[in-house]
Design a protein around this ligand. Structure first.
Ligand code: GLN
Length: 442
């Protein structure tokens, strides 16, 4: 489909899938080289940025996030800001104060989260690239549920300037697309040093050696608790990788079991401090009764405009950092984080990548999600969280479909700064994998 056709159909397509919270009003692609969308927690000039939260409604940032600015400089046209869980807090994009994206393979099912709208856009539009953000799996999970490729690079590879932070020590901006080759192409565009984000400044060059993965470690802990369809698709994928000449070896990574609880302590600790700035005064429109005393005013705004999950995480994260509890929770979680990093380093000394399914099941229906507790949903992240706390680059690759035709994905993890290996893996895999594009109904 031509760029012009895509632009003209944006409104109709979006009313079906709800991938965008905000869309460009200018439907003329002009001399754009490519179209892209970005998760709504990346600030964008002239387009509302809400990060899935009602507390930010009416916020029109005065500047572009570095990742968006670099895409525009390379000739990209930003067509929309994608729907997500509020501030990234979720696994299905249903914890949103705004619109909830629908899975392109079945509108009654979720897209995954928290970059659900980005995965949806990448699956629905031809030749489309979408920027996602991962804190604990928010690129790979939705990429897996929507059957697209998605990469979260090494922590620090892409500048976080202009990102509405969830957990500053965890957040990574990455790329999602239905074409494997787009990962290399667009990561090359957004990556690299940026004075505005000091953590991006110390990094080795991103290599383009097209080096192939020779050996893969499959942790036993990563193949427990899978649905039947996921287990079968993953076993078939391992056979295929062996046929491709790759050594596949089962290993033990005992620390993986502790990554999920440690992650939720670290992520909520950081989130609870990040959310302190939203009080209805600095961003978005003033929404309340300004004659109230300031603390009453702040409380009234926060009570009304934060969703339940944001409130839960403020409580949890404040508790885990409190004097008297800090050693037991926050400090301990930091130690677990180091143990997870050490475990990856140990295994990646002998192997090029670690591989497991991305999610233990395929995209659930919305009625199934409403029956899940917060803890059920946290538990679903046990496969994506470890690489995120380790800051290692990781990538979802579609590897099959379940009995309902819903996509299944697997996640490759490489050592820090080794994105090149992942790009090449995706490019090789794509040659033989029969991807089923969703039937798009506009
Ligand atoms: N599901 C995880 C969470 O809720 C990860 C989300 C993310 O990466 N933003 O924290």
């Amino acid at each position: 489909m031509s760029m012009k056709r895509i632009m003209e159909s944006l409104g109709t397509v979006n009313s079906k899938y709800q991938m965008f919270h905000a869309m460009t009003e200018d439907t003329d692609p002009g001399d754009a080289k490519f179209l892209f969308s970005a998760k709504d927690n990346l600030t964008s000039k002239d387009m509302e940025t809400c990060a899935g939260s009602r507390i930010l409604e009416g916020y029109f940032p005065a500047f572009d996030a570095t990742a968006i600015a670099r895409m525009r400089e390379a000739g990209g046209k930003l067509i929309g800001k994608t729907n997500m869980d509020e501030f990234g807090f979720g696994t299905f994009s249903t914890n949103s104060g705004l619109e909830i994206p629908r899975n392109p393979y079945d509108l009654e099912r979720a897209c995954g989260g928290s970059s659900g709208g980005s995965a949806c856009a990448a699956a629905v539009f031809e030749d489309h690239v979408s920027l996602g953000v991962s804190t604990g799996g928010s690129i790979c999970c939705p990429a897996s549920f929507c059957g697209v490729y998605g990469i979260a690079p090494t922590y620090g590879r892409v500048s976080r300037y202009g990102l509405i932070d969830y957990g500053n020590s965890l957040d990574k901006i990455g790329v999602m697309s239905s074409k494997a080759g787009d990962l290399r192409k667009y990561m090359g565009m957004i990556a690299g040093r940026d004075e505005k984000d000091p953590t991006s400044c110390v990094q080795p060059e991103m290599r383009n050696d097209h080096r192939k993965i020779g050996s893969i470690a499959v942790p036993r802990e990563g193949t427990e608790g899978l649905s039947k369809d996921v287990a079968k698709a993953f076993a078939d994928a391992l056979d295929e990788l062996r046929r491709m000449g790759i050594d596949v070896e089962e290993v033990d990574m005992p620390s993986l079991k502790y990554a999920m609880p440690a992650y939720y302590v670290l992520a909520t600790s950081e989130a609870s401090t990040n959310l302190a700035r939203y009080v209805g005064m600095r961003y978005g429109r003033p929404q309340g009764d300004l004659s109230l005393k300031f603390d009453d005013y702040f409380s009234s705004i926060r009570s009304e405009y934060f969703g339940d999950e944001a409130k839960r995480r403020i409580l949890l994260g404040t508790f885990t950092r409190m004097v008297g509890y800090r050693d037991r929770y926050y400090s301990k979680a930091r130690k677990v984080r180091q143990v997870v990093i050490d475990d990856y380093k140990r295994v990646l000394e002998d192997h090029d990548a670690v591989l497991a399914p991305t999610m233990p099941f395929t995209a659930p229906r919305f009625d199934e999600i409403s029956g899940m507790s917060a803890l059920d949903s946290y538990k679903a992240d046990y496969l994506t969280v470890p690489a995120n706390i380790a800051g290692t680059p990781h990538m979802n690759v579609p590897c099959g479909y379940d009995g309902n035709g819903m996509p299944i994905g697997m996640q490759f993890v490489a050592d820090h700064w080794n994105e090149d290996l992942l790009f090449t893996m995706a490019e090789e895999w794509e040659k033989d994998f029969e991807m089923r594009r969703p039937e798009v109904v506009a």
